[in-house]
Design a protein around this ligand. Structure first.
Ligand code: DQA
Length: 145
């Protein structure tokens, strides 16, 4: 069994399902994690799914992924647009990183159009709601082969 794919989500995503559902969808974070897990399992992978509102905790988990994961799927949420600390942590990884967003930030406010994560991500999956996570897990699994 390969090392797990880390599926990490940033601030406020614990409110999925109730937070602006017309933008982020009606599925809860638990639903999203279940979908990611099922897709990973169908491909012979496990996932470790975590969410934090705290930049430093996300940095810690990214560092942990250096040894503990075969790939990282990251929805950095608002930190994607602001966090050089998360970018620097991601730069220490030698495993693939797939950036993931429920909404399509490119079609929203100008400040969402760029993320620091994109500088190091192998690719970005955005705009498909909960399915973005499934697709991102599939992409990450494909990159580990
Ligand atoms: C998000 C998009 C970000 O711009 C926003 O700050 C989020 C969620 C998404 O999943 O669509 O919190 O990452």
């Amino acid at each position: 069994m390969p090392k797990p794919i880390y599926v990490l989500s940033g601030p406020t995503l614990y409110l999925l399902g109730t937070r602006v559902p017309e933008i982020y969808g009606r599925e809860t974070l638990e639903d999203v994690h279940r979908l990611a897990e099922a897709r990973a399992k169908s491909l012979g992978y496990q996932v470790v799914c975590r969410q934090s509102n705290h930049e430093g905790e996300l940095v810690d988990w990214i560092q942990e992924a250096r040894e503990g994961a075969c790939a990282v799927v990251l929805n950095p949420a608002g930190y994607g647009h602001t966090s050089i600390a998360i970018l620097d942590a991601l730069k220490t990884l030698s495993i693939p990183v797939v950036e993931c967003h429920l909404s399509n930030p490119a079609a929203r406010e100008a400040f969402r159009r760029r993320t620091y994560v994109s500088l190091v991500a192998a690719g970005v999956v955005s705009g498909f709601g909960a399915r973005s996570y499934e697709l991102a897990v599939e992409a990450a699994a494909g990159l580990t082969r």
